[in-house]
Write a protein that binds this ligand. Structure first.
Ligand code: NDP
Length: 240
């Protein structure tokens, strides 16, 4: 039987590439999304991957969504916390709502998804929790105090939980992508994008599939000795 994987925000951008890469690697994949039904249905038609709608910012919705996936596909072995949003503003103009939305989705969303799955992974003595953080959680980014804080929080979460999961056969790792060519990055003005590319030593944006391949590796049995790690994939833009 194939192992079951849930990818949050798995129907667009980096998440879609992760879902497809995991399916190709033999996993039974469930792609969660928040509200873009059109993109989700298109993704489902193109890939045959089932899609499930709920907000990772809502704990009860996560627990119910996970229960539905497990009823449909079986116990979840791999969780990819990929869903994320930006609400950029310079700090003096940042509203409490912009702060809260980003923390609720990018940081609390990781708790909301991991917590309901944790006991089952412990009981089965196997699990993979892989969270997509960001280069901007490592180095900080002007105009993104909310986003940088949430993504740095994902790294701390991973380091703590890896220690709790180790004896139970659960690895917990985080990937920090640099700038990847998705809607999130293509939405920034072209001039800004050009200035971003100029700061990337390899001279290009990353491709979503390059993150998908990192996830497949971390999910594999072969990666069982890797836990608590931060995998940096940023074209050399920020070397830790
Ligand atoms: P996109 O904006 O292209 O896609 C975001 C996905 O997340 C969508 O599927 C969206 O669902 C989903 N989503 C958003 N909010 C929620 C929510 N509350 N509950 C469930 N799903 C939600 O983003 P990217 O592919 O660019 O980014 C994916 C991840 O990678 C994010 O965590 C981002 O921070 C991180 N990242 C991205 C980088 C980049 O350069 N693109 C760089 C570094 C990190 P829907 O389709 O319904 O809107």
């Amino acid at each position: 039987m194939s192992k079951v994987a849930i990818v949050t925000g798995g129907s667009r951008g980096i998440g879609a590439a992760i879902s497809v890469a995991l399916k190709k690697a033999g996993y039974s994949v469930a792609a969660n999304y928040a509200g873009n039904d059109e993109a989700a249905q298109k993704f489902k038609a193109e890939t045959g991957i089932p899609v499930y709608k709920w907000s990772v910012a809502d704990y009860d919705a996560c627990a119910a969504g996970i229960a539905q996936v497990e009823a449909d596909l079986g116990p979840v072995a791999v969780l990819v916390n990929n869903a994320g949003i930006t609400r950029d503003a310079m700090f003096h103009k940042m509203t409490p709502a912009q702060w809260k939305e980003v923390i609720d989705t990018n940081l609390s969303g990781v708790f909301n998804m991991t917590h309901p799955l944790w006991s089952g992974m412990r009981d089965r003595k196997f699990g993979r929790v892989i969270t997509i953080s960001s280069i901007n959680g490592q180095k900080g980014q002007m105009g993104q105090a909310n986003y940088s804080a949430s993504k740095a929080g994902d790294i701390g979460f991973t380091k703590a939980l890896a220690q709790e999961g180790a004896r139970a056969g659960i690895t917990v790792n985080v990937i920090c992508p640099g700038y990847i060519a998705t809607d999130m990055v293509m939405a920034v003005p072209e001039k800004v994008r050009e200035s971003i590319i100029a700061q990337i030593p390899v001279g290009r944006l990353g491709e979503p599939e390059e993150i998908g391949r990192c996830v497949v590796f971390l999910a594999s049995d072969e990666a069982g000795f890797i836990t608590g790690s931060t995998i940096t994939a940023n074209g050399g833009q920020y070397i830790t």
